[in-house]
Design a protein around this ligand. Structure first.
Ligand code: FE
Length: 345
């Protein structure tokens, strides 16, 4: 759309997450959705790169026949089989489905940061797979071969079909609800539920002092993902305020139904990851854990909890709080390849 030449200033009161009236998505200021600016600042402060973390001990442990059991190897490969493509699915949705329909420039700003973080996560999985000498073509193709991973990804991907349509536009009751449904599925379900059994497995390794380089990277990924989830929840809750007519009781029960389906898919995946249990975590523990986090997601968007399951893995909330363990940037000297130099060819 050509820009209109005018001295008339933007009325920030017209700014909306979607359907902003006369939205000028170029003018960051004045900011209305402050949570988005705050998230952008925190995202930058949390910057990290996978190659800053040593994989040396992991390589020794992976190559040794004595350190990891057959079940632990299966679990590591299966969670990596999910991880390797999950952040690409998230990134594609952000860039191709979400971004163009968002009319808040500050939300767009954070989405750009988030999209870059999804790229860093894909880089991390590539770095882990390559360092351990795993078969890349097998690991990256697992989302099309492994039944439980395929079912999770296929479920999520059905919800951007309509939004990927070049003729899709927000602005009607039906299309706005469809867009909100996409946000619920990608934030609450993909980023908020489908990553979490795999996170728990990786912290299981970490607690045993195994695969610590891979686990540390996953810890940074989990910190980023919890920011993505919080941002998604904030956007959903603000859209609910800006367009309360969308949040019908039918839509609310639809969301609950989707979350129930997601919990079943995630539980089936978890059973596949450790058919005989791992690190003292058994199938029943994982079921409770998945139900527990699903309830928390439902509550955050103003819905009643569904399962009332207690958290069987309280150490998972500690794993999220990296500050307790160490300050990443104080324990490392980081020399970025291009940072701090103004010379180039
Ligand atoms: Fe993400």
């Amino acid at each position: 759309m050509p820009i209109q030449k005018t001295t008339e200033k933007v009325n920030v009161n017209n700014r909306r997450i979607i359907n902003g009236k006369d939205a000028d998505v170029m003018q960051l200021y004045p900011i209305k959705h402050k949570f988005a600016w705050d998230a952008y600042i925190v995202g930058n402060a949390n910057h990290w790169l996978p190659t800053e973390i040593s994989m040396q001990k992991d390589v020794e442990q992976w190559k040794s026949p004595y350190v990891l059991s057959a079940d632990e190897r299966l679990a590591l490969e299966t969670v990596l089989g999910f991880f390797t493509t999950a952040d690409s699915i998230a990134a594609n949705n952000l860039v191709l489905a979400t971004y163009k329909h968002i009319t808040s420039p500050e939300c767009r700003l954070y989405l750009l940061r988030q999209a870059y973080e999804e790229a860093i996560h894909t880089h991390a999985y590539q770095y882990i797979v390559e360092s351990l000498g795993m078969d890349e073509s097998r690991l990256f193709n697992m989302y099309r071969e492994h039944e439980a991973i395929y079912n999770k990804d296929a479920f999520v991907l059905t919800f951007n079909e309509g939004i990927f349509d070049p003729h899709f536009a927000t602005g009607t009751f039906a299309s706005d609800q469809k867009f909100l449904e996409n946000m619920v599925v990608f934030s609450i379900i993909l980023e908020g539920i489908f990553f979490y059994s795999s996170f728990a497995v990786m912290f299981g390794f970490q607690r045993q002092n195994k695969m610590v380089g891979a686990a540390e990277q996953i810890q940074y990924i989990m910190r980023d993902e919890s920011m993505h989830l919080n941002f998604g929840i904030d956007m959903i809750n603000v859209i609910k305020q800006e367009q309360p007519e969308l949040w019908t009781s039918d839509f609310q029960s639809h969301v609950r139904d989707l979350v129930r389906k997601a919990v079943a898919l995630e539980y089936t995946f978890a059973e596949n990851v450790f058919p005989r249990g791992i690190f003292g975590m058994n199938a029943d523990g994982f079921r409770q854990y998945i139900e527990h986090i699903a309830d928390r997601r439902l509550q955050r968007i103003g819905l009643l909890s569904e399962f009332q399951s207690a958290n069987p893995f309280p150490w998972m909330s500690e794993a999220i709080d990296l500050a307790k363990e160490k300050n990443f940037f104080e324990t490392r000297v980081i020399e970025y390849q291009t940072g701090g130099t103004l010379e180039w060819e």
